[in-house]
Write a protein that binds this ligand. Structure first.
Ligand SMILES: C[S@@+](CC[C@H](N)C(=O)[O-])C[C@H]1O[C@@H](n2cnc3c(N)ncnc32)[C@H](O)[C@@H]1O
Length: 205
């Protein structure tokens, strides 16, 4: 799947911070509040893994986490994170290749789904959906266009930049909301960040 951020591992977090300040972090920390104690959590596309430390701040123990990340350099950074007494299984592979029991309470996909063409989004989406228990929560953050001109400019610049540096396949946002709707996920709660350019949503299966 062409959304491997391997080449950007060494600068990804600094660049994100430079462009978005704390917005990308705030959107994800907002999502984390919805993870209950002792949950079984699937994280896909966690990047450098800072999210593991934020999660550990909220739940120092009791979580069973499977952390799937396709980029080896991102995975190497993630493995160094403080995970407290939580149990983390690191899987350095494409989520589409993963065969796991379908018993996750939570899926967390921060800025993963916006990287694919519509055709591949459906494949990634389905491979996550089948791993979730009935009534599981899916915590997602993605970029979204809400009509402001600069959002289009910034989005286009990001797609071009990550196409050149990492070979990312998308050149426009795929239909993420449509995927959730078609699979009958219900929005439980949502919040926008960075003048609505970032949408964080909690869905129930
Ligand atoms: C835009 S980055 C976001 C990283 C992180 N969530 C953050 O917000 O800092 C997307 C991440 O998803 C990973 N990724 C892309 N496609 C994937 C796939 N099919 N399976 C697993 N990880 C994937 C990329 O390597 C990258 O680290």
């Amino acid at each position: 799947m062409a959304a491997n951020y391997n080449n950007s591992a060494w600068f990804y977090d600094s660049l994100a911070r430079l462009v978005y300040g704390k917005a990308l972090i705030n959107a994800q920390v907002y999502l984390l509040k919805h993870i209950p104690k002792n949950a079984k959590v699937l994280i896909v596309g966690g990047g450098t893994g800072w999210i593991l430390e934020e999660l550990t701040r909220i739940h120092p123990s009791g979580l069973q986490i499977t952390y799937v990340e396709i980029a080896p350099n991102m995975m190497a950074l993630s493995r160094k994170r403080n995970i407290g007494s939580n149990q983390v299984t690191f899987v350095n592979d494409d989520i589409e290749n993963i065969d796991l029991p379908a018993d996750f309470d939570i899926a967390l996909t921060p800025f993963l789904l916006d990287n694919f063409t519509d055709e591949n989004l459906i494949k990634v989406f389905n491979s996550i959906t089948v791993l979730l228990k009935p009534h599981a929560l899916w915590l997602n953050a993605s970029f979204q266009l809400t009509g402001k001109w600069w959002q289009r400019v910034l989005l286009k610049s990001m797609f071009i930049f990550f196409k050149v540096t990492c070979g990312i396949e998308a050149s426009k946002l795929p239909g993420i909301d449509k995927c959730f709707e078609e699979k009958h996920f219900k929005v439980v709660e949502q919040q926008n960040f960075f003048e609505e350019f970032i949408g964080a949503r909690i869905y129930r299966k």
